[in-house]
Design a protein around this ligand. Sequence first.
Ligand SMILES: Nc1ncnc2c1ncn2[C@@H]1O[C@H](COP(=O)(O)OP(=O)(O)OP(=O)(O)O)[C@@H](O)[C@H]1O
Ligand SMILES: [Mg+2]
Length: 480
Amino acid sequence: MMHFGIDFGTTNSACVGIEDGRRLIKFTDGYGNPFPSIVIIDRATGQVYCGREAWRRREELRGSCEIITSVKTLLDSGRVWNIAGRVWTPEMVAAQVLAALKRRVSERLGEQDALREAVVAVPVGFPAGKRAALRKAAHHAGIEIKSFVSEPTAALFCHYEEVGHCVRVGVFDWGGGTLDVSVIENRNGRVKEIATAGLDKAGDHIDRLLAEWMHNRIMSEAGRKVSFDQMAPEARDKMLAACEQAKKDLTWDDLVEIQIVNYGDVRFVHEDVEFGKFSQLIGPVVDQAVQCFEDCVRRAGMSIDQLDCILMVGGSVNLRPLSERIARSWRGKEFYPPESEWSVAHGAASLSVSPGVHTLAQTLGVVMSDGTLYPLLREGEPAVAGERASAVFALVEDDPAASLVFADGSGGTLGYLNVPSFGFFREKIEVCAEIDRDLILHIQARSMNRSARTTREWVYNGLRVNYQLPVTRLEVADGG
Ligand SMILES: Nc1ncnc2c1ncn2[C@@H]1O[C@H](COP(=O)(O)OP(=O)(O)OP(=O)(O)O)[C@@H](O)[C@H]1O
Ligand SMILES: [Mg+2]
C-alpha cells in the first residue's frame, strides 16, 4: 500500500508517495518539478486548464481566461469568481488543483484512484476555517485528509536523521510564492512552534525582476520604448520561462545565456547574464528574506547563535546570492537538504506511514463560582479527534440561564456560553468537549432537566497544540 503526503503550496503542490515504507515516488509535473497550483478557466467555455503547460502559457491565456493563482491564501476568504455562468469559490478552485494532482498520480502509477488519502502539510497558524475549507476541497477531489501537520514539522521529520538531535531549529522555507520562516523547539520529537513569520516575495517575484531587467536591456539595445507589460502575453511567457531557467542555472554557473526566438518583433534574443549582475539585482529581496528570518528569531526570544540548526527548504533556498549572503552571519548553522522543494511533502508522507499525534499546548476549562478553573482539557494530553471529555456542574444561583465561562490555564477568558436552565438550586448542567479532525474544539452544554433541544454549543478555533513525532531516542543517563 502506498502512503501519500501533500505539500499544498501557494505556487506548487508537491506530492510524495511511500510504498511499503521504502520505495519513494515524487509525483512531478512531468518536468521534474512539483505540480503547479495554478488554475486557468476559459471565460467563454468554462474549460479548466491545470499543470505545467498551463503555467507556461499563463500570460498568453490571460486575455481569454481567468488565471487563479495562490488559491491557498484565498481559502475561506469569501472571494468568488463568476466565470462562464458558473460561480467558483476558492474551495472549488483548490479542488481542481488536487484533482489534477490525483490524475497525475493515477497516470504515473497506472492505477485509478490510487491517491485516496493523504497527510497534508499546512503553514504554522493556518486558520481552522482554511483547514476545514481545504479538507472539503480535497474531499471534492476524491482525497481524504488523514491529518494535517505543520510544514516546518514535516520538514523536520523528513530530515530527522540529520537534524533530529537539534533542539532549537529555525526553518527557512522559500518557495515560489512565499517565504515562510519559523522557530521550533524539538525535545525528543515533541515539537513546539515558538514563532513564525512570512514574506510574499519568492521565486516568482525573482523571475519577474530578472525578466523586466532583461527586457529593458533588449529594448534599449533595439532603441525602443516598450515596457514589459506592454509586450504580447506569449512573449512575456517566453521571457519568464527563460529567466526562471537562467536563475536556476546561476546556482552553478557564473554566466548563463538567455535565448528567445521571436520576442515581440526582435527576431532573436541572445543575451548573457552574469552572476554578479544577477546577485546585485536580487540583493534587496535576499536582504528582506534574511531580515524576515532574523526578526522571527528575535521574536522567539533568541539569537542566531542560540539556534542549533537552520533547515533550508523550498526551491528558492538554492539561490546562490542567498547562500553567500548568510554563510558568514548564520555561522554555518544552515542545513541544505538535497531536493529541498520535496522535503515538506516527503515528511508528510512519512507521517502517513507512522503517524504522530497532536498534543494540547494549553489547559482549557470552565471557571467555577469561586474563580478556580475546572479543566476539561489538560496541557500535554493528546488531542484525539472524536474523543469526548465531559463533566457535570451544579448551579449555585437560581437563574433562568447558566452562564459558562471558558478559560485557559493561566486564567485568560476564551469564551462564554449561556445555557437555558430552570434555575433550581443545584440543577445539573452537563458539559461535553470534543475536538474535531480540524482541531476545532466544540463544547456542548445543557441542563440535564431540559430537553436535548436546549443544548448550546461554543466553537473554539484557537486551540493551541504541539506535535509529537513518532520517534524514540535514548537519553544519555548522567555520567553515561
Ligand atoms: N536551483 C534553483 N535556484 C533558484 N531557484 C530555484 C531552483 N530550483 C527551484 N527554484 C525555484 O523554487 C520555486 C519553487 O519552490 P517550491 O516548489 O518550494 O515552491 P512552493 O512550495 O510551491 O511555493 P510556496 O511555498 O511559496 O507556496 C520556483 O520559483 C523555482 O524557480
Ligand atoms: Mg512551499
